[in-house]
Design a protein around this ligand. Structure first.
Ligand code: NAI
Length: 342
C-alpha cells in the first residue's frame, strides 16, 4: 500500500520507514502541506497521512475522494482541521489518540517553570557573561492555584506534575473524569487561578474560550499556558490583556494562525503576522512552535499507531482509532460501525 505523507519533516521519516516496512506500507513524503492546491498529489496513492496544520476541508475531501482516496490517517490526536461530517460516507479517518501525553504535559511544565523563574532571560544573559540578577525575581509555584481546563489524558498528567510542586488544583471539564480533583465552574476557575493551563480540544464550543470576556474575569497577573490548540485563545484579546497588565505572562506552544508559520524557518524574513510578532516581542511571553509533542517516545508511538491503523484499515478490520461522525461519539465508535456508518 502506498501512502501520500503530507507536511513531512526530517524527524518524521525514520520511524515511519521502520514501522512501514514491517507492515508493507510505503510512504511517499511530501514537504508541502495538504490543501486544495496540493491534494491532487494524492492521485495514485491508497491513502494520505496528515498532521495538525494540513487542511482537510470540503474542497480537499472532494479532490481526495475523486482521486480514489478512502482513508486519511491523522498522525495526531486533535482533528479540528478535518471536516468529519463531510468525510462521513466518503473517506474513513483514523488518528493517534495518544502518543505521549507525558511529552505535552512535561512541556507545559517546562514552559511554566521557564516563565516563572525567568530561565529564558537568564540563559541569554549568561551567554553574554552578564551575571546580573536584576529583573529575574520569580515566584514559588508551591501554594499557588492552577486551573486546568480539560482533564483528559494530558490534563490529568499535568495535574499530577502540579501536585508534585505542592500547588492547589482547580479543574473544569465538560465531562469530568479525574478522581480526587476539585471541579468548579469555568468562571470560578478563571477568577481564582494564579495559573491557567488549557488541555481541552478545539471545538465550536471552545473556540476563543479565552477571549476579552473571559480575560475580564481573570485574576490580575495570571499566567496563561496553552499547549492545546491556538484558537482556544483569541490572540488579539490576549495581547490586549498583556498590554493592560491583566495577564502576567503567557506561554504558548500553539497559536491560532500558526498553520502558515509553525514548523518552518522564517528567520531572515519579515514576519507578516503583527499579532504574533508583538506577542513574541513581549518579555513575558514565551512561544514554542507546536513542539510539545516532540519527543523520541512520541514520534515512535505516532508512527507505530499510524501504521497499525492503516494496516488494520487495509486488512478490512475494525480500527479502534477510527473517528466516526455519525456515531456522535468520535472517541469510541461502536464495533460494527463500518457496516452501520459507511
Ligand atoms: P483528551 O481527549 O484525553 O482530553 C480532552 C479533555 O477535554 C476531555 O476530558 C474532555 O472531556 C475535555 N473537554 C471536551 N470538551 C470540553 C469543553 N468544551 N470544555 C472543557 N473541557 C472539554 O485529549 P488529550 O490527549 O488530553 O489532549 C488534549 C488536547 O491537547 C488535544 O485536544 C490537542 O488539541 C492537544 N494536543 C497538543 C499537542 C501539542 O503538541 N501541542 C499534542 C497532542 C495534543
Amino acid at each position: 500500500m502506498k501512502i501520500a505523507f503530507f507536511d513531512a519533516k526530517d524527524y518524521d521519516i525514520p520511524s515511519f520507514e521502520k514501522y512501514g516496512k514491517e507492515k508493507g506500507i510505503e510512504f511517499k513524503y511530501f514537504e508541502t502541506k495538504l490543501s486544495a492546491d496540493t491534494a491532487g498529489l494524492a492521485r495514485g496513492f491508497d491513502g494520505v497521512c496528515v498532521f495538525v496544520n494540513d487542511t482537510v476541508d470540503r474542497p480537499v475531501i472532494d479532490i481526495l475522494y475523486d482521486a480514489g482516496i478512502r482513508v486519511i490517517a491523522l498522525r495526531c490526536a486533535g482533528y479540528n482541521n478535518v471536516d468529519l461530517s463531510y468525510c462521513f460516507g466518503r473517506i474513513h479517518v483514523v488518528r493517534v489518540p495518544a502518543y505521549s501525553p507525558y511529552a505535552v504535559a512535561e512541556h507545559t511544565m517546562a514552559l511554566l517553570l521557564t516563565s516563572v523563574r525567568r530561565i529564558h532571560k537568564a540563559y541569554n544573559r549568561t551567554k553574554d557573561f552578564n551575571f546580573s540578577l536584576s529583573g529575574l525575581t520569580g515566584f514559588d509555584l508551591h501554594g499557588k492555584t492552577v486551573g486546568v481546563v480539560g482533564t483528559g489524558k494530558i490534563g490529568k498528567i499535568f495535574i499530577d506534575l502540579c501536585r508534585g510542586f505542592g500547588m492547589n488544583i482547580l479543574a473544569y471539564d465538560k465531562f469530568p473524569s479525574a478522581e480526587g480533583v476539585d471541579y468548579v465552574p469555568l468562571d470560578e476557575l478563571l477568577g481564582k487561578s494564579d495559573i491557567i493551563s488549557l488541555h481541552c480540544p478545539l471545538t465550536e464550543e471552545t473556540y476563543h474560550l479565552i477571549g476579552a470576556e473571559a480575560i475580564e474575569k481573570l485574576k490580575k497577573g495570571v499566567i496563561l499556558l496553552n499547549t492545546s490548540r491556538g484558537a482556544l485563545i483569541d490572540a488579539e484579546a490576549l495581547l490586549d490583556g498583556i498590554k493592560q497588565r491583566k495577564i502576567g505572562a503567557a506561554c504558548l506552544d500553539v497559536y491560532e494562525e500558526e498553520s502558515d508559520l509553525f514548523f518552518r524557518d522564517f528567520s531572515g524574513h519579515i514576519l507578516e503576522d503583527d499579532v504574533l510578532a508583538r506577542l513574541i516581542s513581549m518579555p513575558n511571553v514565551i512561544v514554542t512552535s507546536h513542539q510539545a509533542f516532540l519527543t523520541e517516545e512520541a514520534l515512535g508511538n505516532i508512527a507505530e499507531t499510524t501504521v497499525q491503523n492503516l494496516a488494520t484499515f487495509f486488512g478490512g478490520g475494525i480500527c479502534e482509532n477510527e473517528l466516526c461522525y455519525r456515531c456522535g461519539n468520535v472517541e469510541t465508535c461502536m464495533k460494527e460501525r463500518r457496516e452501520k456508518c459507511f
